[in-house]
Design a protein around this ligand. Structure first.
Ligand SMILES: O=P(O)(O)O[C@@H]1C[C@H](O)[C@@H](CO)O1
Length: 301
């Protein structure tokens, strides 16, 4: 966390420098950003006129350290819409501050992005969910935030957004409806749900007692990302859609023998990415038709 004494490693000037560098490297001017979760990098494959930029080449950018997160930005067009994909995101458990984890979101904002689609792999806590289901994120629980691990802690830069942003509508109702309508049109409604995503810091998967607690708190799925990105996106006035792929059922019972592991998460993500890709393509083609109001954005950049 950055404090008054320990100034932010991702200041407005740092963000501007990175943005200007990227704008000088590409002719693309994306309006939609897609963050690819674990094993979901192939969501970028359908884009045309692609241009890749490796994270290690981008000034101030962190690098990916987790298998299943390739570590590059992919610019391209989907159904004529200019998009940027993050093939690989950053996590708190990698040792990055939440300000670094969310740095790309502010870069997207400064580049002119208006809508961000955040995807992830998560463990299902809701008993109705099956492995391979999609959860349209309705709301989240910021568990690390309760303990002070919050991307907006520290001095607030009004050029990004207001000091006390509202989060009760972090996931746009209109965009959620569009996503649900699309899944119905595609014939996916039997394995699509809306639900609440809870972020834990990781890197270990939950104990059974922890999983039971998260379920009692109202979480339908649990993962190790997304919430910081969404919080910063909402703060700076982006429209947000969150899609979570249920890659495993979280153990809530001491008699259950199956043990979750990252390889299984990646395997299920890759198996179901095609379905998620179909939803994304149609969503990207139509999301400009949906108007949303952002209550947090009176004077941000
Ligand atoms: O980046 P996401 O949230 O999709 O990754 C999930 C959470 C952990 O990073 C990892 C566990 O398998 O997958």
């Amino acid at each position: 966390m950055h404090t008054k004494e320990n100034s932010c490693c991702c200041s407005f000037d740092d963000c501007k420098l990175t943005t200007e560098w990227l704008l000088s490297m590409t002719r693309h001017r994306p309006k939609i950003a897609i963050v690819c979760g674990s094993g979901l990098g192939l969501l970028a494959e359908t884009a045309s006129n692609k241009q890749d930029v490796r994270y290690e080449d981008i000034p101030n950018f962190p690098v990916s350290t987790v298998p299943g997160h390739e570590g590059r930005l992919v610019f391209g067009h989907i159904k004529g819409k200019s998009c940027v994909f993050m093939q690989g995101r950053f996590h708190l458990y990698e040792g990055y501050s939440l300000c670094k984890v969310t740095f790309p979101v502010r870069i997207f904002k400064l580049m002119g992005v208006e809508t961000i689609i955040v995807t992830n792999a998560s463990g299902g806590l809701c008993q109705d969910f099956k492995v391979g289901d999609i959860m349209v994120i309705k709301d989240h629980i910021n568990l690390p935030g309760f303990a002070g691990q919050h991307p907006l802690c520290g001095p607030n830069d009004e050029r990004f957004g207001i000091r006390f942003p509202c989060m009760s509508d972090a996931y746009s109702k209109a965009l959620r409806k569009l996503a649900l309508d699309i899944t119905t049109e595609l014939g996916y409604s039997n394995f699509v749900h809306e639900g609440v995503y809870c972020m834990v810091s990781g890197p270990n998967f939950e104990t059974i007692a922890e999983a039971r607690m998260l379920q009692i708190l109202g979480s339908d799925s649990v993962g190790m990302s997304t919430v910081p990105e969404v919080t910063v996106a909402k703060h700076c006035g982006l429209r947000v859609l969150g899609l979570s792929l249920i890659t495993n059922k979280v153990s809530l019972d001491y008699s259950r023998e199956e043990k979750v592991n990252h390889e299984e998460v990646l395997q299920i993500s890759k198996m179901r990415a095609e379905m998620l890709k179909n939803v994304l393509i149609t969503f990207i083609a139509r999301c400009h038709q949906v108007e949303t109001i952002n209550t947090n954005y009176p004077n941000a950049v």
